[in-house]
Design a protein around this ligand. Structure first.
Ligand code: ATP
Length: 244
């Protein structure tokens, strides 16, 4: 579904990513881990088209998108979440999802569209999918941190993506919400979406991912099944003392 081939990214004199090749297939969840500053977010930015690589190639559904804009990649079936919140606090959960549905082109854009339109069914089903039924009328600012992350996920799913990139979807949420988000993301993967997820909650990544990629100093240190990767000596060395 999405593939990076020998991707490198240089900024000024610094080689932030070096020769990274990774692929995520339909219905597969690739966990991307690595110490702080390893290049994980930079890699997600390159996959999504926020930044262009200095070398290498990105393909999306077998088409070369290396130079394609983020908007074009979104139209081709790619969605992503960001580390920082993308919600409009003064709008309700339903209105936030409505904007995402309309921005995805799945419904004509109209800020004045009345509730009860065809889009409302789509909004409700997206909120159901992230286990927030009946929360459409709640202001985003009144949602718990965990529900805000679920809402962001619902918005990412509005375009019915084939590929979903998640950058720390569980950052700062409670243990209970981590479990809920883990289930939801697992269901998204099981529905056939190719998911690449950067996440610091190691037990989540190791429990959920089909394969795990470890980035270290911008290079791909290891990739494989979670148990293979955690028993890799070079990976243990990279984390020096941190529990894997
Ligand atoms: N636009 C930029 N210009 C210069 N350096 C950058 C830029 N973006 C990232 N970097 C540097 O690239 C390195 C990798 O950063 P990145 O945010 O990709 O790491 P990360 O693995 O996502 O880290 P974290 O786990 O802390 O989020 C860091 O040293 C960072 O300072």
């Amino acid at each position: 579904m999405i593939s990076a081939q020998a991707v490198g990214w240089k900024v000024g004199g610094a080689q932030i990513l070096d020769d990274v090749s990774l692929t995520v297939g339909a219905g597969e969840l690739l966990g991307i881990i690595g110490p702080n500053g390893a290049g994980k977010s930079s890699f997600v930015n390159i996959l999504s088209g926020v930044t262009r690589p200095s070398s290498g190639r990105i393909t999306l559904q077998d088409r070369d998108v290396t130079q394609a804009s983020a908007t074009r990649r979104a139209r081709m079936g790619l969605a992503r979440s960001f580390q920082t919140s993308a919600l409009f606090d003064g709008l309700t959960a339903g209105e936030n999802v409505r904007l995402a549905v309309q921005a995805s082109g799945a419904a004509p854009f109209s800020p004045f569209r009345a509730a009860g339109s065809a889009t409302t069914g789509v909004i409700d089903s997206l909120l159901d999918r992230v286990r927030m039924p009946g929360r459409a009328a709640t202001l985003a600012r009144d949602l718990s941190h965990g529900d805000r992350r679920k809402l962001e996920l619902a918005m990412s799913l509005a375009s019915e993506p084939a590929v979903l990139l998640l950058d720390e979807p569980m950052a700062g949420v409670s243990a209970e919400d981590v479990d809920g988000l883990t289930e939801i993301i697992g269901e998204v993967r099981d529905s056939g979406v190719a998911v690449a997820m950067v996440e610091h909650h190691m037990h989540v990544v190791l429990g959920l991912a089909d394969r795990v990629a470890v980035l270290h100093h911008g290079q791909l240190l290891a990739v494989g099944a979670p148990t293979e990767v955690t028993s890799d000596e070079r990976v243990q060395q990279a984390y020096l003392g941190e529990a894997l």
